[in-house]
Design a protein around this ligand. Structure first.
Ligand SMILES: Nc1ncnc2c1ncn2[C@@H]1O[C@H](COP(=O)(O)OP(=O)(O)O)[C@@H](O)[C@H]1O
Ligand SMILES: O=C(O)[C@@H](O)C(=O)COP(=O)(O)O
Length: 410
């Protein structure tokens, strides 16, 4: 294994794995830190953690455990993957985890770059944009778990990190590798350890990737990984796929804007059932009942709790943020288990936390990376008769669920 990656959620990990696979690396995604060695054939290993919204101390401990395992597999460089919308709270977990990995690797110059132009995320003047709006006006300001209310990544990260935060501006990035390297050095000499880098185009990310050749630790969204495989001599290639027949279901616990649009579009075409959060939390709706309905329905049936911010806010005010999230995640995980036992072979999930709960619940230890369905979302094989797609909250076309099923089915 050459490149060792740690993802702070499961959808984000598959997004990174997708970028690396398209650039020619053989990639495997692991659910948590494996207890055994990786197969010899793996070039890049992505350890997916569910660490984005947990206590910062736990996130650090889990990330360091993953790092130890990746080191033991022979990795030469390490990547910490977080969300292209920098999902975190003022306490973490991006800063604390990046700090801990930097110290463990003695990395003095650490790139911080959430940009992913392919999905409209760009960093300019240290501010994160989602398409043409600032992060804090993009819908992310009402995220159920990590509301993003400050678009200045430097300022947000400064609240989370023990280290001074630096910046490389777009005009230097656009001047190419030498200019970027000089700016990083200059920030380093002025005592900055975490260095936010502007990037608005894929070309910028490729240049940043080249600059990162000698850095032990790189952090960011999947975009900044674009240029890394070439440093190891890999070249872009087509990712193979074996079609998976059988029964498909969609489970959506994401309340992000893109998912809500996709849910609306899917309802118009396929059997769909809204999961009432209060009924789940109160224990009035069982996973068995929902799974039976999914298995008995035609087409690409969907169960969803995806709701508008005011509805989510009401649920959280009544039951608490953590309790409602935990109850819904457990519910979707249980639905997936029953549906799988009842014959589901294609499972499409929406939402990072939701997907993490489902993949862990199903006990899927490794995921092989297949072709890209939409930017940042690959088809994944979990076993001889099970395939999945883990959709990040704000990724995917409006007809994503149908499109994903078409690709998984082959
Ligand atoms: N109707 C709802 N009310 C309150 N919380 C909800 C509701 N539906 C989903 N959630 C919770 O919101 C969180 C959404 O996070 P996640 O699955 O990561 O989606 P995204 O990828 O869009 O951020 C999950 O913890 C989920 O359980
Ligand atoms: O970088 C991204 O935007 C994604 O890979 C990602 O991490 C998305 O997380 P969720 O929106 O929570 O699914």
């Amino acid at each position: 294994m050459r490149l060792g990656c740690i993802g702070d959620d499961f959808t984000g990990s598959s997004d990174l794995a997708n970028t690396l696979a398209k650039q020619g690396m053989r990639v495997t995604q692991y659910s948590g830190t494996p207890r055994t060695d990786a197969a010899e054939t793996v070039d890049a290993g992505v350890v997916a953690l569910k660490s984005r919204s947990i206590d910062p101390g736990d996130a650090v401990a889990q990330s360091l455990e993953a790092l130890d395992w990746l080191k033991s597999q022979g990795c030469e460089q390490f990547f910490f993957k977080y969300c292209s919308t920098f999902d975190s709270t003022p306490e973490g977990n991006i800063g604390p985890v990046a700090d801990a990995l930097a110290e463990a690797l003695d990395a003095q110059k650490v790139i911080v770059c959430p940009a992913f132009p392919g999905t409209g995320r760009s960093v300019y003047q240290g501010h994160l944009f989602v398409k043409d709006t600032l992060l804090s006006e993009s819908g992310m300001q009402t995220h159920p778990l990590t509301p993003m209310t400050d678009p200045d990544i430097r300022r947000w990260l400064t609240r989370q990190s023990r280290f001074a935060v630096g910046h490389v501006a777009a005009q230097h990035v656009q001047s190419g590798t030498d200019a970027i390297r000089q700016c990083i050095e200059s920030e380093h000499h002025s005592g900055k350890r975490l260095i936010v880098i502007d990037a608005i185009r894929d070309e910028d990310l490729v240049e940043i990737g080249k600059t990162a050749k000698d850095l032990r630790l790189v952090t960011g969204g999947s975009g900044v990984a674009l240029g890394l495989p070439a440093n190891f001599g890999y070249t872009p290639s087509l990712v193979p796929w074996t079609p998976q027949p059988g029964k498909s279901i969609v489970l959506s616990g994401s309340c992000s804007l893109a998912t809500r649009r996709q849910v609306k579009a899917h309802i118009a075409q396929h059997p769909s059932r809204e999961v009432n959060a209060a009924e789940v939390i109160e224990g009035h709706l069982t996973a068995e009942e929902t799974a039976d309905w999914l298995l008995g329905s035609e087409g690409i049936p969907m169960a969803f709790s995806s709701a508008d911010p005011d509805i989510v806010a009401d649920i959280q005010a009544t039951y608490g943020r953590e309790r409602s999230a935990a109850a819904l995640e457990t519910f979707f995980s249980d639905v997936a288990k029953v549906a799988r036992a009842g014959g589901a072979t294609r499972i499409i999930t929406a939402g990072g936390e939701t997907s993490g709960a489902i993949v862990e619940g199903l006990g899927l230890e490794t995921l092989e990376i297949g072709p890209e369905i939409d930017p940042g979302i690959p088809a994944l094989r979990a076993g001889p008769d099970l395939v999945v797609a883990l959709k990040s909250g704000n990724f995917g076309a409006e007809d994503f669920f149908e499109k994903a099923d078409r690709m998984l089915k082959g």
